[in-house]
Design a protein around this ligand. Structure first.
Ligand SMILES: Cc1cc2nc3c(=O)[nH]c(=O)nc-3n(C[C@H](O)[C@H](O)[C@H](O)COP(=O)(O)OP(=O)(O)OC[C@H]3O[C@@H](n4cnc5c(N)ncnc54)[C@H](O)[C@@H]3O)c2cc1C
Length: 492
């Protein structure tokens, strides 16, 4: 939590925004402002109506790049903290307004589909276009972005790029960083930068990566151009296998990936995690899920490799229709969010996740170390109703581990984050870093993994902190996100 550094008081900030954008673009309702002060990191306190952090001065809704530029010019001149947002599915505190009298800049009204080009295989959209909305237009034309995070029904393109998001079909299509061709972003002071669309270039470092993953802490993304792929679900082949040990499942994924195959979906679930997804068939075992996708001959070759691989490995097969059905109900829309809220209130019970990545050689060590430390060290281990993990995104050199933990809260709602969420998150992050992995695979640093950001980047941290100093010298973009709120002795 930080005081405002602005010479303007709250009413003057609201008045200035109203003059700049018009009253229809400025929201100051009490309930809306409270809800805008947090994200899903604080879902449990929020559902109890507890909002202890600073409440923003206003939520503003730009409708054009020029509006965004005007807001950021005003913010920089008047030292007003800006929190960009689009789909509001953030999980790591990236949307929290930790500075008094912040402006939440909501890009969801910038929802124009600017162009769909099936020849050069690109789509250009404004930041507030929902991924589902885009896919609903593309798929009837036989096209797809290939991006399919579980939050697809809600997340929007600005946030998806800002968080370096990744989807369920990542092993084939990559993460968002592999999909973005070019983009437009507005930097503090109102400077507009359009990074042009080219297939590849060697014109210096890749400046797209200054923006992708910046989590609203450097700029506001206004427009995104992504690649398009052929949409041919008729070729998809679904596979499920039960294996005795988590490490056996990981070894199978490693063999497949390092041999050069690219199943779009490539997952293994520990039994604890499998129970919540595959209760009717997992039999207390680890579940491997694979999908062969793409042009028919490629999908067939991938499917053949999967079958050969498991013919050589002890397993029990799962009927493919069960895996396909599971996929069809995997994504989270507003209905599941609402059901979760009701369940949290009724049962004082909730689940969170922490996702990290590590080389193949350390995956099993990481899994075992986290499970062991939580069971031994976490003082409220008795309140855990589930602790497990899955690997869901694999690479030539390693994979991610997505730890999942559910607990029943036996403290007051206000204490939930300090007593449960933070200590559990810390153990997973610490173990990932200890084993040479990354503390965050795809949800972003937000505001709750900043204590480890220097350790994450080591001697390269100065590259990251120099971006902040260069692009946001007055520190008005999403304070406390990516970069710790309190600067260190060197001011970085
Ligand atoms: C149920 C559920 C499932 C999820 N599944 C996945 C998954 O499979 N894969 C995955 O990667 N993530 C997943 N997430 C996390 C989340 O959906 C992603 O991080 C997503 O990319 C956020 O997009 P959004 O539009 O909701 O952004 P928001 O929540 O609005 O914002 C996210 C962050 O981006 C910044 N931001 C937003 N818009 C802009 C902009 N225009 N310019 C600059 N910065 C901006 C915000 O300040 C914030 O820091 C999941 C979340 C939920 C709740």
């Amino acid at each position: 939590m930080a005081p405002s550094r602005s010479p303007l008081n709250r009413p003057s900030i609201v008045q200035a925004m109203t003059e700049l954008l018009g009253p229809h673009a400025v929201e100051t309702g009490d309930e809306q402002l409270k809800a805008a002060s947090v994200d899903r990191f604080k879902k449990y306190t929020a559902v109890h109506g507890i909002y202890d952090g600073p409440i923003p001065a206003a939520i503003v809704y730009p409708e054009s790049t020029a509006d965004v530029a005007a807001i950021l010019r005003f913010a920089e001149e008047n030292l007003v903290n800006v929190v960009p947002r689009t789909g509001r599915t953030a999980t790591e505190g990236g949307l929290e307004t930790v500075v008094e009298d912040s402006l939440v800049v909501d890009g969801s009204r910038m929802n124009g589909l600017l162009s769909i080009d099936p020849y050069d295989m690109m789509a250009t959209v404004q930041c507030g276009v929902g991924l589902q909305q885009l896919e609903d237009v593309l798929r009837p034309q036989g096209l797809t972005t290939g991006h399919s995070p579980q939050s697809k029904p809600l997340a929007q393109m600005g946030g998806l790029v800002a968080t370096r998001s990744i989807g369920q079909f990542s092993t084939l299509y990559g993460g968002i960083e592999d999909m973005v061709v070019g983009l437009e972003a507005v930097f503090p002071g109102g400077k507009v930068a359009r990074i042009k669309n080219v297939p590849r270039r060697a014109a210096g470092p890749d400046i797209r990566h200054v923006v992708i993953g910046s989590e609203g802490a450097l700029c506001f993304i206004t427009e995104v151009t992504v690649k398009l792929f052929r949409y041919q679900p008729e070729n998809n082949q679904y596979f499920g296998f039960l294996v005795d040990h988590f490490s056996n499942g990981i070894a199978a994924l490693r063999e497949l990936i390092t041999a050069g195959y690219r199943p779009s979906v490539c997952r293994v679930y520990s039994p604890e995690d499998a129970r919540q997804h595959f209760a009717d068939f997992y039999q207390g075992k680890n579940v491997v899920v694979l999908v062969a996708e793409g042009p028919k001959r490629i999908a067939d070759a991938t499917a053949e490799a999967i079958e050969e691989l498991f013919a050589r490995r002890p397993h029990e097969p799962v009927d493919s229709s069960r895996i396909q059905r599971w996929f069809e109900n995997l994504n989270w829309g507003q209905d599941k969010i609402d059901a979760e809220k009701a369940a949290m209130l009724e049962h004082s019970h909730l689940g969170y996740t922490t996702e990290v990545s590590v080389d193949w050689s350390r995956v099993s060590d990481l899994f075992d170390a986290v499970m062991d430390r939580i069971r031994r060290e976490f003082p409220r281990a008795g309140d855990l109703t589930m602790l497990g993990a899955h690997s869901s995104h694999s690479y030539q050199t390693g994979t991610n581990l997505y730890f999942v933990y559910d607990y029943t809260i036996s403290t007051s709602p206000r204490e939930e984050i300090e007593v449960y969420h933070k200590p559990l998150n810390a153990i997973i992050v610490e173990e990932a870093l200890r084993l040479g992995g990354s503390m965050v695979h795809h949800h972003g640093i937000g505001k709750y993994r900043t204590p480890w950001v220097r350790q994450e980047h080591g001697s390269a941290y100065y590259l990251l902190s120099t971006l902040k100093q260069a692009f946001d010298p007055r520190g008005v973009m999403n304070a406390g996100t990516v970069f710790p709120l309190e600067p260190d002795a060197h001011g970085s």
